[in-house]
Write a protein that binds this ligand. Structure first.
Ligand SMILES: C[S@@+](CC[C@H](N)C(=O)[O-])C[C@H]1O[C@@H](n2cnc3c(N)ncnc32)[C@H](O)[C@@H]1O
Length: 465
């Protein structure tokens, strides 16, 4: 197929990059066509080779930078461009932050139809590398040797980060986790671990998940496996915990699902504890293998502090923390509210949240297990009072039933924490129709070097009764 201006796959073209898409690709225009080009920087003029054409857009591969942006930097990772983990390593950090603010403003205006929205500058990090407290490694045999890595962009091919020789250059993952990953790879290799075969669905090791609590240094390693057993499992767990004292938890997660979903439903502790403990904002949090916990603890703390500020609590309020996970936001707010109730779908996260309330001696918080789309409407139907509602949904945003219920519950304030500007924009658009004004939007850079953006939004109800 060729485009209306006659571009064909394989052609070369020069274009001016004027922006970034929501996945971090450069965007330019050529005679009315939108062109997407990975690995370029806004402000650059580049030569590309056309790799795909549609009716209104084309995609290109960077051939040559003709005019280089002052914000282009050396990525510092040999796998950048191939690996799907980072999107913006080639852009300096202040410019990354600036673009994130622009992205949020654009999404809210274009997709949410919200007009002029007060979007603050994106809150960045002093050290925007090696922040990830969680790494989900895929496993492969690279020339016969066991290798751990992330998936290449848009594919199921594993790009190698850690092999049994210990090499690793990932710039996102915390260094202690990289060291443990390398040690685990060497041990698994020496014990001849059988890898899972996705076609026959036989074999043992599917994935490796590592989590670390930054404050305590505790590390959890999860062997995600098929149903088949592996006799080396116990020796692996014993040797790893002996060699790496920070590893306080080794878990086998049995995942017989045919999908690529990371974790299955069953966790068996193989060494140490069933969870690790993180400290944030003076609170202790127990984190189990399946529960959600923000991947960047430094930025998570800032996010929760902003959420607390936006909640504007005086000590008299009844607060709902919808999508409460292990209770982080609920517990952050508890000391300033009359009571907080958390709604969370995942039973294991609810158990962690209840345990976290106990550990921190917080008594004015409770958690209900269920879907927010069911629980909020039930609350509205029972005429329960909610003064402040916090929403922190997954990427797909809030279900319509949850938003309609908020319209009936009429809290004075809503604080919306989001990791997906597009669904945030959609939901804020609906909340505006239901009578809530957006007062302020604070983007937080939870995911430096990637195109992902976290936001905290303060809303107030338009008319008081
Ligand atoms: C982005 S996380 C936020 C968790 C928590 N607020 C935090 O900051 O750690 C979203 C949470 O919503 C939960 N969840 C997903 N869909 C849900 C639903 N329909 N109803 C209730 N909880 C849901 C997930 O299990 C996850 O714990």
């Amino acid at each position: 197929m060729s485009t209306v201006d006659g571009l064909n796959v394989g052609d070369r073209a020069e274009i001016e990059i004027t922006g970034l898409s929501h996945v971090g690709e450069g965007v330019g225009r050529r005679q009315g066509l939108v062109m997407f080009v990975p690995l370029v920087v806004p402000g650059e003029r580049v030569r590309v080779e056309i790799t795909a054409v549609g009716r209104t857009f084309a995609r290109g591969r960077l051939v040559e930078v003709l005019e280089r942006s002052r914000t282009r930097v050396e990525p510092g990772c040999a796998l950048f461009g191939d690996c799907g983990g980072c999107h913006l390593l080639h852009i300096d950090y202040p410019e990354q932050l600036r673009w994130k603010t622009v992205q949020v403003r654009d999404a809210l205006t274009r997709l949410g139809g919200l007009g002029e929205v007060p979007v603050a500058n994106t809150l960045g990090m002093n050290e925007p590398r090696h922040y990830r407290n969680k790494a989900h490694f895929h496993v492969s045999r690279d020339s016969g040797r066991l290798a751990l890595g992330f998936l290449a962009r848009g594919s199921h091919r594993v790009t190698c980060f850690v092999d049994a020789d210990g090499g690793s250059g990932c710039l996102l993952v915390q260094r202690d986790l990289l060291r443990v990953a390398a040690r685990a790879a060497a041990l698994l290799e020496s014990l001849r671990v059988p890898l899972y075969d996705w076609e026959t669905q036989r074999g043992y090791l599917r994935n490796l998940l590592l989590r670390r609590a930054a404050a305590t240094g505790e590390i959890m390693l999860v062997l995600v496996t098929g149903r088949q057993n592996w006799p080396g499992e116990r020796e692996f767990a014993e040797r790893l915990t002996a060699e790496e004292p920070g590893v306080v938890s080794v878990i086998r997660n049995v995942n017989a699902l045919e999908t690529r979903e990371l974790l299955g439903p069953e966790n068996r502790v193989r060494a140490g504890e069933p969870a690790i403990t993180e400290h944030l904002g003076g609170l202790k949090f127990r984190i189990g293998p399946a529960s959600f916990f923000q991947v960047n603890p430094e930025q998570a703390e800032k996010t929760y502090e902003i959420a607390r500020l936006f909640a504007g609590l005086t000590g008299k309020e009844t607060v709902v923390d919808a999508y409460s996970g292990i209770g982080t936001i609920a517990l952050f707010l508890a000391s300033r509210a009359k009571s907080v109730i958390g709604f969370e779908a995942l039973p294991a996260a609810v158990a962690d949240a209840q345990e976290n309330a106990l550990r921190n001696g917080i008594k004015n918080v409770r958690f209900e297990q269920g879907a927010v789309e069911d629980l909020l409407p039930e609350w509205a139907a029972r005429g329960r009072r909610v003064d402040v509602a916090v929403l922190d949904p997954p990427r797909r945003g809030c279900g319509p039933a949850a938003l309609e219920a908020l319209g009936r519950l009429r809290p004075r304030r809503v604080v919306y924490v989001s990791c997906a500007p597009a669904t945030l924009a959609r939901d804020l658009g609906r909340l505006a129709e239901l009578g809530f004004d957006v007062v302020k939007v604070q983007p937080v850079d939870m995911f430096p070097q990637t195109s992902h953006i976290e936001c905290v939004v303060s809303l107030t109800r338009k008319h008081s009764p």
